[in-house]
Design a protein. Structure first.
Length: 76
């Protein structure tokens, strides 16, 4: 079983720092995933999502906007 936030000591750091840790973890996963081969189903899904985001650019929200909204909400 995965360790809890408390076991890792992450419950004692600020929300902003936890977001930074989450981003760092996500970036490390991306680096490892970039070298892992995709299954045909995964490749097809990525292509479908890319086509959808190109067809409907207004339906996509950039990460920096999502993050800013969350940080604003947390600080209230």
């Amino acid at each position: 079983m995965a360790p809890s936030l408390a076991e890792l000591g992450l419950d004692r750091i600020s929300v902003e720092d936890r977001l930074a840790v989450a981003e760092a973890i996500w970036e490390s996963v991306i680096r490892e995933a970039e070298v892992a081969p995709l299954t045909p189903a995964q490749q097809a899904e990525l292509e479908r999502r890319l086509a959808d985001s190109i067809a409907r650019p207004d339906a996509v929200t950039p990460w920096n906007e999502v993050k800013a909204r969350l940080l604003t909400k947390i600080r209230q």
